[in-house]
Design a protein around this ligand. Structure first.
Ligand code: HEM
Length: 534
């Protein structure tokens, strides 16, 4: 380097140093500005305490806390649970998020408990992806094909319900004769699970089968851990030293493993006897549907490892939700005897005493349908959906929500919004009937309990048919009364589903069991004829 060149570098250095410093300053300022902008544009919310955040404020009914916070901060607010930021959506904004920005809000959080369900291969608790979409599509079409796709499958479903209502009623009459007042919960769970077992596995279980009772009798423990606000998911470090949360989580892992084993055994039994010429039930259908590549640009592979998780999702989701719904239905019938009388009146007017109510009667029984919608609205027994997560950086109501944020969808806030429902805290099925006494379909579609958008429940149609059949058959056949010593209360235990606390009833028959007995006999004859034809 010549002396001239050296002096040139010396002259240029302060200039380039200045330029570098300036651009560094601008970058830092820009980063700070973006950070501040995003912070300012984060949803508002209550002050979070160190370590626990707002966990202690949730109390024993987080959906009520969320509804109170929405009044204070608006329909979009955020809380901290442990170290996780959770955005809570309420009221009308739920539709915007789940429908207009469906893909952005369709994820599931990376929660510890979600990884336990079906060894982390669950569709219901799994994250949003192309493969997930394909698996959900198969699950949805298979459920439909075996339950609601046409009148034939609906009638088969009806026959399972009629058989189970008969078994249930025999048992109720026996328990009422034995001790007058009894707790119906465990029998309702078995009854509902048996209908789904017939559809999934082609088999029903006796009420005394201890394995089946254990497998389906622990829904409450499952839903307490996967519901919004479950502590182990937001403070995962609690798993690493002895404490009550750790014990609950160990129990959760055990019951998941046992449930999964039960399903795996069913699938293995099916594999041994499956024939390509006949699909006997939903398990056969999944065995045939999986382990192939879907056509289309992405060519998604349907993984056969997902057969058991898929059946676990469907069997698990259906029996927990529907047995909870049935518990609420019976509790409300004894709590409001005038509503029970009106149901009976309508069913008797449309269906005489010489036959049982059927699916075809549904359109003629608007009060039954109004009653069911009011049970779903009033109890909102899935108050907050399975937790969601954002799949991208996104916005809602002008607030910035980063990718991977946990999102709680407060369905309760929609069903109890005084701006939408007159006296939302009053149980009144008549609100769903129009001036001519028909079901107001616009209003009934406003009840939010099956969620909406990409994660909407795949069992909605099936659930509505099953609940209609159970309700109309029970109203036609028997009377329920409460124990006067312990009048029924609407108290519940919180979890993914709100379950009524145990209550006691007694059941009396309206006529005899003849009609149910002869109907089931006819159904069995029909099955034998079909078998011979097959
Ligand atoms: C009254 C009865 C039922 C209610 C109230 C109900 C409600 C719900 C809700 C709120 C969700 C969560 C949606 C979300 O995260 O946004 C859900 C998911 C699900 N439900 Fe249901 N459900 C019922 C019955 C059923 C039945 C009978 C089945 C079985 C066919 C079923 C299968 C599922 C599955 C597989 C999912 C996961 C969907 C996904 O993550 O994409 N449910 N249900």
């Amino acid at each position: 380097m010549t002396s001239e060149e050296i002096s040139e570098v010396i002259r240029a250095s302060p200039r380039s140093l200045l330029l570098t410093s300036l651009s560094l300053l601008v970058t830092v300022r820009l980063c700070l500005w973006i950070q501040r902008y995003l912070r300012l544009h984060s949803p508002p919310g209550p002050f979070p305490w160190p370590i626990v955040g707002n966990a202690a404020q949730l109390g024993c009914a987080p959906h009520l806390y969320f509804t109170r916070m929405a009044k204070k901060y608006g329909n979009v607010f955020q809380i901290k649970l442990g170290s996780r930021t959770v955005v809570v959506l309420n009221g009308d904004v739920i539709r915007t998020a789940l429908i207009k920005k469906g893909a952005d809000f369709a994820g599931r959080p990376d929660f510890t408990s979600f990884r336990v369900v079906s060894n982390g291969k669950s569709m219901a608790f799994g994250n949003y992806s192309e493969q997930w979409k394909a698996h959900r599509k198969v699950a949805q079409s298979t459920v439909r094909a075996f339950t609601t796709i046409n009148m034939k499958t609906k009638k088969t479903l009806e026959s399972h319900v009629v058989s189970e209502v008969r078994e249930l009623l025999y048992l109720f009459l026996e328990k009422s004769a034995e001790k007058k007042y009894f707790e119906p919960r465990s029998y309702l769970i078995i009854s509902i699970a048996n209908v789904m077992s017939a559809v999934c596995f082609g088999k029903r279980y006796s009420y005394t089968d201890s394995e089946f009772r254990t497998i389906v009798g622990r829904n409450d423990q499952f839903t307490k851990t996967v519901g919004a606000g479950s502590i182990v998911d937001v403070m995962p470090w609690l798993q690493y030293f002895p404490n009550p949360i750790k014990s609950i989580f160990i129990n959760f892992k055990k019951l998941n493993a046992e449930f999964y084993d039960f399903i795996q055994n069913k699938v293995s039994e099916h594999r041994k006897t499956i024939k390509s010429s006949i699909i006997r039930d939903m398990t056969d259908a999944f065995i045939f549907a999986m382990n192939r590549k879907l056509t289309g640009p992405l060519g998604v592979f349907l993984d056969k490892e997902r057969i058991c998780p898929m059946i676990t999702d469907i069997f698990g989701a259906s029996q927990d939700t529907l047995s909870t719904a049935l518990q609420w239905i019976i509790l409300i019938l004894v709590r409001f005897p005038d509503v029970q009388a009106r149901l009976r009146e309508e069913v008797d007017k449309v269906v005489d005493r010489s036959r049982l109510p059927t699916i075809e009667d549904q359109s003629q029984l608007p009060y039954v349908m109004a009653f069911l919608h009011e049970v779903m609205r009033y109890t909102s027994f899935i108050p907050v959906t399975i937790p969601h997560a954002t799949t991208n950086n996104t916005t809602i109501e002008g607030y910035h929500i980063p990718k991977g944020t946990v999102v709680f969808i407060n369905q309760w806030s929609v069903n109890h919004d005084p701006g939408r429902w007159m006296n939302p805290e009053v149980f009144n099925p008549l609100r769903f009937l129009d001036a001519s006494g028909a079901l107001d379909k616009d209003l009934s579609s406003n009840v939010l309990i099956f969620s909406m958008g990409k994660r909407r429940c795949i069992g909605e149609e099936l659930s509505k048919i099953k609940l209609f059949l159970y309700t109309s058959l029970l109203a036609h056949q028997c009377l329920f009364s409460a124990d006067p010593e312990s009048p029924p209360k609407m108290d519940f235990e919180y979890g993914l589903s709100l379950k009524p606390k145990n209550f006691k009833i007694t059941v009396t028959h309206r006529d005899t069991m003849d009609l149910l007995d002869s109907s089931v006999e006819k159904l069995l004859d029909g099955v034998k004829t079909e078998d011979r034809a097959g």
